[in-house]
Design a protein around this ligand. Structure first.
Ligand SMILES: [Zn+2]
Length: 81
């Protein structure tokens, strides 16, 4: 698998994981400083999701509040915390 396909697959997985929790993510953008991570924030609540296609041993490929917690501002998803 090429690095590009790996990144695209991870970005899609993160996007789907966030959507299942009610988030509506903006498109992922490459993050400045080191350029290894890609990030996107929910347009409703602002929680972020992060994708690191080639993580260090102490990092995870997919991280962030948006893939772990439900969206509190999505009217179709009124789950209680
Ligand atoms: Zn949200």
């Amino acid at each position: 698998m090429t690095p590009g396909n790996r990144r695209a697959r991870l970005l899609r997985l993160a996007h789907e994981a966030a959507r299942r929790r009610g988030h509506v993510l903006w498109p992922f953008r490459r993050q400045g400083r080191l350029g290894r991570a890609w990030g996107a924030a929910c347009g409703l609540c602002g929680m972020a999701a992060w994708v690191t296609p080639h993580p260090l041993p102490n990092e995870t490929e997919i991280a962030g509040e948006a893939v772990a917690l439900p969206c509190q501002f999505n009217p179709t998803r009124r789950s209680t915390p």
